[in-house]
Ligand binder design. Structure first.
Ligand SMILES: [Cu+2]
Length: 301
């Protein structure tokens, strides 16, 4: 009996913690979108139709697995209570029950068939890029991203994580970059992704996209952002020393603001790809060393 009491106590503590986390998450979940928030519970808020679909598929699965788990738990409790050695001293000798065997084969098949429909739908929507309004190309490098806009002029630029000294208070640490990927709202954006030397992964959680950046292979995904704002992601494939320090920041703006940005971008001599020798960015080196030094400094304080 002591064991049961202890188990009950543990269950109460876990329950209380979960409720606490839920409440804390509820308070802050809407404080910022496009990035993770402390005590977040669940996904980041969706900013594209694909992410909305992912979220609703996830919620649907949660209902299904909760019902299955509850059903199995009830069966277990029934077995423990009704068929233990004390309550049921002479066990039944039945080994087969055709009806039951058919049921426990057919019901899981039906459940899987129900899951397959939204699952394949989602997969199809993710893989099939609709006719794109603009194309951007993201090249993963050690350790930053280079973006180019083949439809909008001959320019490309590097996007590096902001160093602590350059970061404004409202910009998130380890996520904000110097040059954001700028895209127009409500447009189909085709993203071509490639790796320069090792495999990286281009990931933006609020958009529901994640695709590997593989050297020598042009991968493709797409998104249609339906809210203006800045959305953050991180390289999601272990790619070396500064893997954690090559974030992705996408700024979604109105079409007019996007066109103005493209005009300005085309006039930047340092972003030109023709006739200008592009030099490698200098700030990449030793990002990790700088972070460690920051941490040591604040620890010393
Ligand atoms: Cu990477």
């Amino acid at each position: 009996m002591l064991v049961f009491k202890r188990l009950a106590a543990v269950a109460v503590v876990i329950g209380a913690l979960a409720i606490g986390a839920l409440m804390a998450g509820g308070e802050t979940a809407f404080a910022a979108f496009g990035q993770a928030v402390p005590w977040q519970f669940g996904f980041q808020d969706a900013a594209t139709p694909i992410m909305e679909e992912i979220t609703s598929f996830h919620d649907f699965l949660l209902y299904v697995i909760t019902a299955i788990s509850a059903f199995v738990l009830i069966l277990l409790v029934v077995v423990i209570v009704r068929f233990n050695a004390r309550a049921n001293p002479t066990p039944s000798r039945v080994t087969h029950n055709t009806t039951l065997e058919v049921i426990w084969t057919v019901v899981p098949i039906v459940i899987l068939a129900l899951i397959v429909i939204p699952s394949f739908n989602l997969l199809f929507h993710q893989i099939n890029t609709p006719p794109a309004d603009i194309t951007v190309k993201a090249t993963g490098k050690q350790w930053y991203w280079t973006y180019s806009y083949p439809d909008n002029g001959k320019f490309e630029f590097d996007s590096l994580m902001l160093q602590e000294k350059d970061r404004k208070p409202e910009q998130p640490r380890l996520l904000a970059v110097d040059n954001e990927l700028v895209v127009p709202i409500n447009k189909i954006v085709r993203v071509q992704v490639i790796g320069a030397e090792v495999i990286h992964s281009f990931t933006v959680p609020s958009f529901g996209i994640r695709i590997d950046a593989v050297p020598g292979r042009l991968n493709e995904t797409w998104f249609k952002a339906t809210r203006e704002g800045v959305y953050y992601g991180q390289c999601s494939e272990l790619c070396g020393k500064d893997h954690a320090f090559m974030p992705i920041a996408v700024r979604v703006v109105s079409e007019q603001a996007f066109n103005e940005w493209v005009d300005a971008a085309n006039k930047r001599p340092d972003w030109k790809t023709t006739g200008v020798e592009r030099t490698a960015p200098t700030a990449v080196a030793n990002v990790a060393d700088a972070i460690v030094a920051d941490a040591n400094q604040s620890a010393a304080r």
